[in-house]
Design a protein around this ligand. Structure first.
Ligand code: THU
Length: 133
């Protein structure tokens, strides 16, 4: 897996964020098992709660392109510390990318911290519950 390229793509995606309200620009780059990369950035709205996070825009565009097997996602912002995915994004990533996904947090000083999605969202709710009634 080309992590350097994935980091570059997340940084590039951050520049496309539409965040006029928070001023907090987030970029994400999601890599499939066969090496394709889908970028995402946060898209805000004057009706604040309609905002969509970077991780979800990446996951949705990959899903709509027909992808179902994923390796890793890199998430980055201008915050000095790591930017972990919010709870809603963890849930969506679990649904669309699976709990074995590597979640790589990238800080502006180029340090990274990596988790498995299942570490960030243990004992998650999913289709297994719906299919168990
Ligand atoms: N944001 C993301 O894009 N990803 C996260 O995981 C956390 C938050 C965005 C949403 C909003 O546009 C801005 O960051 C401030 O919350």
């Amino acid at each position: 897996m080309d992590i350097e390229l994935l980091k570059q793509k997340a940084l590039e995606a951050k520049e496309k964020a539409y965040a006029p309200y928070s001023g907090f620009h987030v970029g994400a780059a999601l890599m499939t098992k066969d090496g394709k990369i889908y970028q995402g950035a946060n898209v805000e709205n004057a009706s604040y709660s309609l905002t969509v996070c970077a991780e979800r825009t990446a996951a949705f565009s990959a899903k709509l392109a027909g992808e179902s097997e994923f390796e890793a996602i890199v998430i980055t912002s201008d915050s000095k510390d790591f930017t972990p995915p919010c709870g809603a994004c963890r849930q969506v990533l679990a649904e669309l990318c699976g709990e074995e996904l590597d979640v790589i947090l990238l800080r502006p000083d180029n340090k990274t911290k990596t988790f498995k999605l299942k570490e960030l969202l243990p004992f998650s709710f999913g289709s297994k519950q719906l299919n168990d009634v």
